[in-house]
Ligand binder design. Structure first.
Ligand code: NDP
Length: 314
């Protein structure tokens, strides 16, 4: 280790809505929080464009700007915000140990984990280039921008099925691109998809390329059974092939579900380790909204404050 360990009362890992909201509450409660921003400062909202469903912004706002506002509010009350990425933890120590960038050791009385989740992508160059310009990984966030248009969604799990039916209510038509000859989604969700008149499911289909210069205007799809390629004329392309919670470094320390979402005690943000709390998408695969993440960030700071008070740590 290149530096001396540092002792803090409240350590927040992550800088999306959950992390910054936890910081606002923790700073105002005089916990002197230190927040590490992680690999993607601002989190997933920095890769969206407009946000119209966050209460308090009647005219909407841009995702990256919103995160700047959250950050400024956290700083206003004295949060120490730093660049850095948590690389390992040791939760057997008291205070808890978190190491950043493999070099800096922080000893924390409370740890709030708000490391989020990352959408999985197909990995196409065109998908990356048009991300935020017609390509989205969140139908609930961005579907509204494609009202009365034709769109496509790739994926065949419950999320894709749910998002396809959500989009079908807003859009003229939805193509659902499924790579195998069947869907993984629950039978009930499949039934709903197959019985929605304006959803056309394309089985055995792979997305080859998303077309468009500045915005999406089509998708090239290859049928791996018939070997035929066709172009779908769509204005929006949604990717719903799953998310990965950013929880790997907590493996072995924290209880998680089978895909790595951190388990919390219902009605709280408490994990199975005393003094360690989880908020936002890293602990939530169901709602995944900025406002729900912010809500659980607030809960985590209150849980941390009460924990410190109960332990008599000042
Ligand atoms: P899943 O992992 O369940 O499904 C991902 C889907 O994406 C699969 O159908 C998979 O295809 C497909 N896929 C993966 N990679 C690619 C690729 N490169 N190209 C094309 N398709 C690809 O993720 P979900 O987000 O759908 O669900 C996560 C969990 O959350 C699940 O347990 C689900 O049940 C749950 N959930 C529950 C809901 C509810 O109950 N209302 C709503 C939403 C989610 P393949 O099948 O071929 O592997």
């Amino acid at each position: 280790m290149s530096q001396e360990p540092e002792k803090v009362k409240c350590l927040i890992i992550g800088s999306g809505p959950a992390g910054y909201t936890a910081a606002i509450y923790a700073a105002r409660a005089d916990l002197k929080p230190v927040l590490y921003q992680g690999l993607q400062p601002g989190g997933q909202l920095t890769i969206t464009t407009e946000v119209e469903n966050y209460p308090g912004y009647p005219k909407g706002t841009m995702g990256p700007q919103m995160m700047e506002d959250f950050k400024a509010q956290a700083e206003r009350f004295g949060t120490d915000i730093r660049f850095g990425y948590a690389t390992s933890v040791d939760f057997s120590t008291q205070p808890r140990t978190v190491i950043f960038d493999e070099t800096h050791t922080v000893l924390a009385d409370t740890v709030i984990i708000a490391t989020g989740a990352s959408a999985k992508w197909l990995g196409l160059e065109s998908e990356q280039r048009l991300n935020g310009f017609g390509v989205s990984a969140c139908a609930v966030c961005d579907g509204f921008f494609f009202k009365n248009q034709v769109v496509a969604i790739v994926g065949a799990g419950d999320t894709a099925a749910e998002e396809a039916t959500y989009l079908a209510k807003l859009c003229k038509k939805v193509f659902m691109i499924v790579r195998r000859d069947e869907m993984r989604a629950s039978k009930a969700m499949q039934h709903r998809v197959l019985n929605t008149a304006n959803i056309e499911v394309l089985f055995n289909s792979e997305t080859k390329e998303i077309l468009g210069g500045k915005t999406v205007d089509g998708v090239k799809v290859f049928n791996n059974k018939t070997k035929e390629e066709r172009t779908l004329e769509v204005g929006g392309f949604f990717v719903a092939i799953g998310h990965d919670p950013n929880s790997k470094i907590f493996n072995g320390w924290l209880d998680m579900d089978e895909v790595g979402y951190i388990k919390t005690v219902p009605g709280s943000t408490r994990t199975n380790v005393e003094g360690v709390f989880a908020a936002g998408d890293v602990a939530d695969h169901v709602y995944r909204q900025a406002v729900t993440a912010a809500g659980t960030g607030c809960m985590a700071a209150i849980d941390a404050e009460r924990y410190l008070a109960a332990k008599g740590i000042h």
